[in-house]
Design a protein around this ligand. Structure first.
Ligand code: NAD
Ligand code: ZN
Length: 390
């Protein structure tokens, strides 16, 4: 089969590899119809995530048709059309029983490696390094799906692939980020990042009753934040985000702040209040601008909800401000299995059409150049989906 493989920082190619096989009675094999490139894939592309190996197959946002099931699989059969959550979860450990699927204790065979590096072992993830289990990803014609009775969700024929694909990750991720803000009707929620995750965080916060402010610098993404999510927008290159957000809620600041940027801020250098904090505190900061601004800008008693991915130690976080304002922090990988059914309901009832954010659709063969387009935000690129059948 054809698959998109990682060979080093900034180096991916579509190669011919062996087809996946059933390795466990609870596995199934999916014939991938549509798969997407995620902001999280850019962290791999940019070389930020350790324990990648030459030839690893990328991709954790994918859907398709079940073509083979292991002897122990009970809920799926050949021919079912499914979307697959990005965290792999056993469904019965201490964490899965609490709906904390992305903390699953059993799905990552290499969790000791992760624990040695970070002090904990989380769930296995598709196409996301050996520390996270070394599972082949779904930017491929076929993919092996472990714990097939726990993750994959059957989707109705009435909805297109484009409408349901983002249930695998970015819609639940934006939704969890908004749920974590504990929104009361009329709260003001500021969201750093109008990329795919930020856009779903914004529309979710709006659906939960918030007035939303979306922050980015890219005109097409700011336009989408206004039109898709009904947000008021701030371009951080034109305006001082901290000063602007100070004005909301009669000067009290936002009730909650969502960081939907993560490591991405690294490439941009510091902006606004993060720059001032660096000068004032004599810090040398090279990443986490959005998080620094979110903490500084959040109103007293508010919540900082972090959807953006961080890896390893991040310094220069103003714990004094966070402590003094009594902030609540919520963060983490998304427990996709917890939300996916409800969110499918939103799509079925026409409450939103996730396909709105797709700007680029191309055959898998074009993936290498589209990784660059998506990373560089060229060509008004917001979300890339790859069709494996062309
Ligand atoms: P993306 O790279 O397309 O979007 C990031 C956006 O942030 C860009 O539009 C960029 O212009 C903007 N940005 C950069 N610096 C900024 C700043 N200082 N202030 C405001 N905006 C800024 O990525 P995405 O697909 O939207 O993903 C966003 C983040 O979410 C990534 O870190 C990704 O790894 C993470 N993510 C987390 C989970 C999870 O389970 N928690 C799941 C999926 C993605
Ligand atoms: Zn993703």
């Amino acid at each position: 089969m054809k698959a998109l493989r990682w060979h080093g920082t900034g180096d991916v190619s579509v190669d011919t590899v062996d087809d996946p096989q059933i390795l466990d009675a609870h596995d199934c094999i999916i014939d991938v119809s549509l798969t997407a490139i995620c902001g999280s894939d850019l962290h791999l592309f940019d070389g930020y995530i350790p324990t990648m190996e030459d030839g690893d197959i990328l991709g954790h946002e994918f859907m398709g048709e079940v073509v083979e099931v292991g002897s122990g699989v009970q809920t799926l059969k050949k021919g079912d059309r499914v979307v697959v959550p990005f965290p792999i979860a056993c469904g019965h450990c201490h964490y899965c029983n609490r709906d904390e699927y992305s903390l699953c204790d059993n799905s990552n065979p290499n969790k000791e490696v992760q624990a040695a590096a970070y002090g904990y072992g989380g769930a296995g993830l598709y196409g996301y390094s050996h520390m996270m289990g070394g599972f082949d990803g779904g930017q491929a014609e076929y993919v092996r799906v472990p714990y097939a009775d726990v993750g994959p969700l059957k989707v109705p024929e009435s909805l297109t692939d484009e409408q349901v694909l983002f249930l695998t990750d970015i819609y639940p991720t934006g939704y969890q980020a908004a749920v974590n803000c504990d929104i009361q009707q009329g709260d003001v929620v500021a969201v750093w990042g109008c990329g795919p995750v930020g856009l779903f965080a914004q529309i979710s916060a709006k659906m939960l009753g918030a007035q939303v402010i979306g922050i980015d610098r890219i005109p097409e993404r700011l336009r989408m934040a206004e039109q898709f999510a009904g947000s008021t927008v701030l371009n951080f290159e034109d305006e001082d985000v901290f000063d602007k957000l100070k004005e909301v809620n009669d000067g009290r600041g936002p009730n909650a702040c969502i960081d939907a940027v993560g490591l991405e801020a690294h490439g941009l250098g510091l902006t606004g209040v993060a720059q001032k904090a660096e000068q004032a505190l004599k810090l040398q900061t090279d990443r986490g601008t959005a998080l620094i601004e979110a903490i500084q800008s959040c109103g007293k008693g508010g919540t900082v909800s972090i959807a953006g991915v961080y890896g390893g130690v991040l310094n220069h976080v103003n714990m004094g401000a966070a402590f003094g304002k009594g902030l609540t922090f919520k963060m983490g990988q998304t427990h996709v299995q917890k939300y996916i059914r409800d969110l499918l309901g939103h799509v079925e009832r026409g409450e939103l059409d996730p396909s709105y954010i797709i700007t680029h659709k191309a055959p898998l063969a074009k993936a290498p150049e589209l990784y660059e387009t998506f990373r560089d935000k060229d060509d008004d690129c917001v979300k890339v989906v790859l069709d494996t059948s062309w």
